[in-house]
Write a protein that binds this ligand. Structure first.
Ligand code: 5GP
Length: 196
């Protein structure tokens, strides 16, 4: 998506040749207009599928996911990074997710009330790096018996393993921006899935 690439070049900051900071428009301060436009691209890409739920993980996935859910007119569910007291005693689906940026492993949780074997799930997240967050969400969907229809990603770091791991599972991936390198303080892009 051209607009997202332009925003990254203009406002993104690169750290250690492999981390992209986009907190002025994507995951701290949020450009709602850009989010809406990105959600429209996901909608166009997946609209032939009978999506029944949008699934993401807190916190940064929530903003894009809710906009996509609004277009599909289906509920959005976000996996919680710890089991809150309000879910104590309830049955939940869980997966272990290691965070690349925080170097921490969380047991992420979704109540089994909100995802069932009749669901067709579209997973949305802000970044795809090593794929751990997305694979955790796929594991949760699989534990519920739901079908994973696809994965929509705002920013894919194609030089990390995430995409390869999802392709090995035959997942349909739509990354709006694919970064092939962040070396020498410069962003180099690959062709995005919505432009193929
Ligand atoms: P993965 O599980 O694919 O390794 O990483 C996905 C998660 O890590 C995303 O949800 C995102 O929060 C975070 N992440 C990974 N790489 C980056 C990065 O370069 N910049 C930012 N801002 N977040 C990242």
């Amino acid at each position: 998506m051209k607009l997202l690439r332009e925003m990254i070049v203009k406002d993104g900051k690169i750290y250690d040749n492999n981390v992209l900071k986009v907190d002025s428009f994507l995951n701290h301060q949020i450009d709602a207009c850009l989010m809406q436009k990105m959600a429209e691209v996901f909608y166009k890409y997946f609209k032939e599928e009978e999506i029944t739920k949008i699934l993401t993980i807190e916190a940064s996935g929530i903003a894009p996911a809710i906009m996509v859910a609004n277009l599909f007119k289906v509920p959005m569910i976000f996996a919680k990074k710890s089991k809150p007291s309000t879910l104590k005693g309830e049955d939940v689906f869980t997966a272990e997710v290691h965070s690349y940026t925080k170097n921490k492993t969380n047991t992420v949780v979704v109540s089994n009330k909100f995802i069932t074997k009749t669901d067709k799930v579209l997973i949305i997240d802000d970044f795809l790096a090593n794929g751990q967050a997305t694979l955790g969400l796929i594991e949760i969907a699989e534990k519920s018996g739901a079908d994973v229809i696809g994965v929509g990603i705002l920013v894919e770091k194609s030089f990390q393993d995430g995409r390869k791991l999802l392709e090995e599972k035959n997942i349909n991936i739509c990354s709006l921006c694919r970064i092939k390198s962040l070396e020498n303080n410069e962003v180099k892009f690959d062709i995005a899935d919505d432009e193929k």
